[in-house]
Design a protein around this ligand. Structure first.
Ligand SMILES: [Zn+2]
Length: 428
């Protein structure tokens, strides 16, 4: 692919940003934004606001007051920064989540030390996704430095709680209109999908609680009661023998990675039957009772080829089948959470632009992928009604949420060049 004079200027400039990109990533890791409970969101927003103001951005801090997770002890603060010189032109937006999952065990270094070693930055959130956040900031800053009078607008947002659903972050901002068409035209989410892959979307998800009901009685005389646990075991057996094979055979045209996730799936996230679990400091034995209720939480991941209506009907059908076979069988299904699958069109402008930039920087055609689980694109798609959204960023997905998480500095520089060339293509 032929590089233009502007491309070359950006590439050369970013090649000199090694220190800048590793320092920024390290500084972000040093602010421990573990979620739960959602620590230091205000601190990381303050840090980013100071940085982006000095690069010429207008910034706005927004607390998602009253949203899921927000409290005075752990307020949910988000930041939006916008760089706009003239009104004409489109807006390209980079959205990163600032929260990281718990550091957990198994680290051979301080997870919040931001250690730079052997061409890598280590720490919780290095790849998921403070490296991506730093990369998009440096891409935007480099572009602005070289083309201060660009058309259109660049936006960066740093948002909360992606790891726990994103309700106080992207969902909150989308509800307030920050992702509306006209304000934003293209969105890149720099999740760690690797420097030469474009993620177009994700499978759908439906969480529900299924409860079977029974009749309580003394555990020494089970014939006087009706065990909800035994009813549930019939449900689980039915799922394993008839439903699971069916789901595994249901293949998708969505390029989901890893490839084993290219089918429909169902997981039992939890199960509980009978009396409440004993409180942790209780050392006696539980009273003997026949279980009068049993609950499971199901986690059904579905494909773009399936409808949510069919997914729900299939479970209902399975429950009815068990009911017909078991006298006294009673059940209830409660919806908990649902997200439709989404897949951005390969011909969308943002996809074409990033595809071309990857070919220029990495000398290879990008791989198109779909995420098995959802991420913040779901809110941009459903609430913001914005279809021009992809995930693209440095880092290796398999390292996310693991001890000794890291991001490669070279990968960040390459991704940074891809992002900067994409900004240039859209705004120049
Ligand atoms: Zn992430």
């Amino acid at each position: 692919m032929l590089l233009s004079k502007n491309d070359l200027e950006l590439i050369n400039y970013i090649n000199q940003q090694t220190e800048n990109i590793q320092e920024l990533t390290s500084d972000l890791i040093k602010i421990p934004t573990e979620n739960p409970p959602g620590n230091n969101y205000r601190e990381i927003c303050n840090f980013l606001e100071t940085r982006l103001k000095s690069s010429g951005f207008e910034t706005k801090m927004i607390r998602a007051t009253g949203s899921l997770g927000d409290s005075d002890a752990n307020p949910r603060w988000n930041l939006i920064a916008r760089h706009e010189v003239s009104r004409s032109g489109e807006c390209i937006h980079f959205n990163s989540h600032t929260d990281v999952v718990k550091a957990g065990n198994g680290w051979s270094m301080d997870p919040f030390g931001g250690i730079i070693k052997n061409g890598r930055v280590y720490g919780r959130g290095a790849c998921d996704m403070k490296g991506g956040l730093a990369t998009s900031i440096i891409a935007a800053e480099s572009f602005i430095k070289l083309f201060p009078n660009h058309r259109g607008a660049i936006e960066l947002s740093a948002t909360t709680d992606e790891e726990s659903g994103g309700f106080s972050g992207v969902a909150f901002l989308a509800e307030k209109g920050y992702f509306n068409a006209g304000k934003v035209d293209h969105v890149i989410i720099p999740e760690p999908l690797n420097k030469d892959r474009i993620c177009l979307g994700h499978r759908g998800v439906w969480w529900a609680e299924i409860e079977t009901k029974g009749k309580i009685a003394h555990g020494s005389m089970p014939f006087l009661g009706d065990s909800a646990v035994m009813h549930m075991s019939a449900v689980l057996a039915e799922m394993e023998t008839t439903l699971f094979p069916l789901l595994m055979d249901r293949k998708s045209n969505m390029p989901v990675v890893p490839e084993k996730a290219r089918t429909a799936s169902l997981n039992i996230n939890s199960i509980h039957g009978g009396e409440k679990e004993q409180i942790f400091d209780y050392s006696g034995l539980p009273a003997p009772c026949v279980a009068d209720r049993c609950k499971i939480i199901i986690d059904r991941r579905f494909l773009i080829e399936e409808t949510l209506w069919d997914v729900k009907r299939e479970i209902k059908g399975l429950m009815e089948k068990v009911k017909a076979e078991r006298p006294g069988f009673k059940y209830e299904i409660t919806d908990l959470f649902e997200v439709l699958p989404t897949m951005t069109d390969k011909d969308a402008k943002i996809v074409r632009v990033v595809d071309e930039a990857i070919q220029k920087i990495c000398n290879t055609k990008p791989e198109y992928v779909i995420s098995p689980g959802t991420y913040d694109q779901k809110h941009i798609d459903r609430i913001g009604q914005l279809k021009n959204c992809i995930a693209y960023g440095p880092g290796i997905l398999e390292l996310a949420h693991q001890p000794n998480e890291w991001v490669g500095i070279d990968d960040m520089l390459k991704s940074c060049q891809v992002m900067a060339l994409s900004i240039a293509k859209i705004l120049n």
